[in-house]
Design a protein around this ligand. Structure first.
Ligand SMILES: [Fe+2]
Ligand SMILES: [Fe+2]
Length: 176
């Protein structure tokens, strides 16, 4: 594939992604996720968008159900609280285990979901949540979630490390 063809394919996938997911992306309840910090400095909305986008790309290339992967990827963490303070405020210490159910409950209040989309949201924390995902798109979202989470945390610490290094060893100006 030439560079130009790859660029065209990328642009086409990019615009079909936004078309497929517009209803979810622009919903006011989904946009509430912007208020909650998730991994490092990435908020919950941006994290879900990262997961949805890469899951959509992969499933499109494999000719699987990319729409379900994108929609459920965007809704997979719709639990709507700050998990950093949640345990202290509520006494509930099992966020990792319980939030997929909460996200699914919230998602079902506002969207008509297929069985595949429900499975993707419910099982995205596998293997912490024991039941095996039923659909291949659920495995894609589960893996994308873990990779995106790691990249977001790494990016945050890299940024802090650079900031700390710049303060510890400031670059001397040549024109003094
Ligand atoms: Fe999650
Ligand atoms: Fe997630």
């Amino acid at each position: 594939m030439t560079c130009e063809k790859a660029q065209t394919l990328r642009e086409r996938l990019h615009s079909t992604f936004y078309r497929e997911i517009r209803e979810v992306l622009t919903h006011p309840v989904v946009r509430q996720m912007r208020s909650y910090r998730h991994h490092g400095s990435t908020d919950c909305y941006q994290h879900c968008m990262n997961v949805a986008y890469y899951s959509y790309l992969f499933c499109s290339l494999m000719r699987w159900d990319a729409r379900a992967a994108a929609r459920a990827g965007m809704l997979h963490d719709l639990y709507l609280y700050d998990w950093h303070t949640y345990a202290r405020e509520t006494g509930e210490h099992f966020h990792g285990l319980t939030h997929p159910k909460r996200a699914l409950h919230n998602a079902e209040l506002y969207f008509e979901l297929t069985d595949r989309e429900k499975d993707i949201i419910r099982k995205h924390m596998w293997p912490i949540t024991v039941a095996l995902p039923k659909y291949r798109e659920a495995y894609v979202v589960m893996v994308a979630d873990k990779i995106c989470g790691m990249c977001e945390v790494t990016h945050h610490f890299e940024h802090r490390l650079r900031h700390w290094a710049a303060r510890a060893w400031p670059v001397q100006s040549r024109h003094r």
